[in-house]
Design a protein around this ligand. Sequence first.
Ligand SMILES: Cc1cc2nc3c(=O)[nH]c(=O)nc-3n(C[C@H](O)[C@H](O)[C@H](O)COP(=O)(O)OP(=O)(O)OC[C@H]3O[C@@H](n4cnc5c(N)ncnc54)[C@H](O)[C@@H]3O)c2cc1C
Length: 415
Amino acid sequence: MRHSFLNLLRQGLSGHRGWPQAWRNPEPRRSYEAVIVGGGGHGLATAYYLAGEHGLTDVAVLERGWIGGGNTGRNTTNVRSDYMYPESAALYDLSLRVYEGLGRELDFNIMLSQRGWLFLIHDLHQMETARHKANWMQCNGIDGVIVDSAEARRMLPALNPAADARYPVIGAFPQRRGGTIRHDAVAWGYARAADRLGVDIIQNCAVEGLVMNGGCVTAVQISRGTIGCGRMGVAAAAWTARVTAMAGFPLPMTSHILQAMVTEPVRRCLDHVVISPATGAYVNQTRKGELVIGGIMDLYQSFSQRGTYPSIEKVVAAVVEMFPAFSSLKLMRHWAGVVDITPDRSPIIGPSPVPNLHLNCGCGTGGFKAIPAGGLLLAHAVATGRQHALAEAFGLERFRLNALVDEAAASGIAH
Ligand SMILES: Cc1cc2nc3c(=O)[nH]c(=O)nc-3n(C[C@H](O)[C@H](O)[C@H](O)COP(=O)(O)OP(=O)(O)OC[C@H]3O[C@@H](n4cnc5c(N)ncnc54)[C@H](O)[C@@H]3O)c2cc1C
């Protein structure tokens, strides 16, 4: 401890130039046994589990920008596992359980804060739907209960107390193990751990084309040349469909802008992550005191990564109606990501029509919480060539077989 304090002091006085790099910056080799496209949380986790769980260390992660620069570094950091289908509950709860021990496993502080996720209920119909979901969750062995209006108000003292509030709160549906995790730390923690196991993380390296031979991918074309590969995992979120187009097949996925914003910091006033699906707004307070606000997705298709004023206005209007005191806060920053939406709002994990190319995409508005499970399951597919039992329901084939895992209602914000 004394040693690290002295080191911190030394670094502070010398301009922070002496810190060791957390991961290398290697030149790409001529070929790899496995190439992972996308250096977001899912791609980095996949590489880490390929090396750590399957002993496959001849692996490169190719990231066209900087790691975590896609949706992983743009999300609102909420984690939970309150899904309805048993298949989704198993997937997202596996993720939450891995997250609960991930800081220790990676020796990296991911700032897990299980402060509780609180789903507000504004009318009787929403109450019935919440009860339905709570019953499913109990059946799936996941924590989830309904609390009444008085308990919701006790948990959220800043809620609008007016009797004629536009969005009265008649109850809430908390998942107490839900909360937040620092998003960059997840990307950086997985990156450092994967690098230490021998994985090459190559940034500023976009995959521009695929070389196919006998129906399989044999190499990837990047701006600096060609890299041979034995097998491939694609975890490039909305851009995954562009990569699979290079391999000659489309994906049932659309790409939309999802935005978020943050206020100036204030004293602690909100203990939980709060979502109001009916109004399309959600909010949590960071440890620094800022309120992180997220909301509705823009329904038209886009790859622009820029927000739009109508969505900001709608989301902010709902938040200040529910929490009138927040109306005096200044918005400091606003940003957007491009989310990958499937017809049933569940991810696509596993094999593709190209035998040595495997997928993990389609997590849409909720894939940060799925990173550990997505990484484990894609790593399993890439390493063994087989679908993991937990991923069986999430294969691409489900759209042809009409075996959808319809979790639109679980995505928190309707879309
Ligand atoms: C505003 C916002 C709020 C959100 N809030 C939450 C939340 O609170 N909780 C939650 O669970 N989820 C949330 N999400 C969703 C979540 O962020 C994503 O589902 C998740 O981060 C997806 O991770 P990923 O690794 O699959 O994708 P990304 O992090 O997007 O990584 C994909 C990477 O692939 C790279 N790439 C693309 N094309 C290529 C190519 N050709 N070659 C090489 N690299 C390429 C991209 O540069 C990118 O870095 C939110 C998303 C947004 C935008």
